[in-house]
Design a protein around this ligand. Structure first.
Ligand SMILES: [Zn+2]
Length: 323
């Protein structure tokens, strides 16, 4: 499953009473964990929906649509036009209220934190203390993450010297910076949660040693350093590396050979028989000349999964683009 139930609930709850999980989103999680979540009253089922929101293309004229049963099917009828009726499954009309306090308590317990969670402000809880005495604070409400007074709030209500703050997914870079500048360790709650279950990963709650990026590219100087080794690159291998590094920082990590050709030769006809794989070889050779192991050089730029697509096998955090 792509996303754990705990992460889904954190994403859906801003800590206020109105947060709801609809049946359609809950169905993939039905099973033992879900039953435990119901038993702990993190989720409390509401009565089945009796009406459904307006049709997307009805300009609000059809109002809340009543859900009726027609021939054994659940249908949200559009009084304006029956062609727009929405057919619903029995689980679609189920919904669950998310109890933020119960969710917070469950995460704190699963993470083995000392002390009971305490509400610091609306949508902000101190989950408890780690064995080393570090206070772990969860900000559920995105408005609180963006609140310029959050820092003074934490200083006033969380006395521990060492603090880790868990942020909601929508928090902006500036929100992270404001707290980090004050010496607070900040991570996204979804990152700190284990892949399954409700426990936080202890190692992620403490600041780690600063990570050195594996690849540093200086665009202006046309220079590249890999694992601390300066690579002397000709124009085309440099442009290829830069292209793949820029791509690796986006959601889609690989590039079609045709896209690479277009970028390196500016869409003009390819000179002679020189091909992208020749430039890839030149790039790998330059890495080896710089003292990088041949196997690592080959693995860094690879097309094994798709012969017509190249990618750089580095995470975005391992890439530093300058100039
Ligand atoms: Zn309608």
């Amino acid at each position: 499953m792509a996303e754990s139930l705990a992460r889904l609930l954190l994403r859906r709850s801003d800590g206020r009473p109105g947060a709801v999980l609809w049946g359609r989103d809950a169905v993939p999680h039905f099973g033992r964990t879900f039953d435990r979540v119901l038993a702990r009253r993190i989720l409390v089922e509401r009565p089945p929906a009796e009406s459904w929101p307006v049709c997307a293309d009805c300009d609000g004229r059809c109002r809340d649509r009543p859900i009726v049963e027609i021939g054994g099917n659940l249908v949200a009828e559009c009084p304006e036009d029956h062609a727009r009726d929405t057919f619903l499954l029995p689980d679609d009309i189920r919904s669950f209220r998310i109890d933020a306090a119960a969710l917070i308590t469950t995460i704190a317990e699963a993470s083995g934190l000392a002390d009971e969670p305490v509400a610091v402000a609306d949508g902000v809880w101190e989950l408890g203390r780690s064995a080393a005495g570090r206070a772990v604070v969860m900000v559920l409400d995105p408005a609180q993450a963006a609140n310029s007074r959050l820092l003074s709030l934490l200083h006033a209500h969380v006395p521990a010297t060492d603090k880790t703050v868990l942020f909601p997914e929508s928090a902006a870079a500036a929100d992270y910076r404001r707290l980090r500048d004050a010496g607070i360790h900040v991570v996204a709650a979804s990152t700190a949660l284990a892949a399954e279950g409700f426990a936080l990963v202890a190692a992620l709650l403490v600041p780690g040693p600063a990570v050195q990026p594996r690849l540093v590219i200086d665009r202006a100087a046309q220079a590249a350093t890999i694992d601390g080794k300066a690579c002397a690159l000709a124009d085309q291998p440099f442009r290829l590396l830069l292209l793949l590094a820029e791509q690796a920082r986006t959601a889609r990590s690989d590039m079609q050979v045709r896209e690479i050709e277009g970028a390196i030769w500016n869409g003009r006809a390819m000179p002679g028989s020189r091909q992208i794989r020749d430039i890839v070889r030149e790039l790998r050779d330059a890495m080896v000349d710089a003292g990088i192991d041949r196997a690592i050089a080959s693995g860094l730029v690879e097309n094994r999964r798709h012969p017509s697509r190249y990618r750089l096998t580095l995470d975005a955090k391992d890439i530093d683009l300058r100039g």
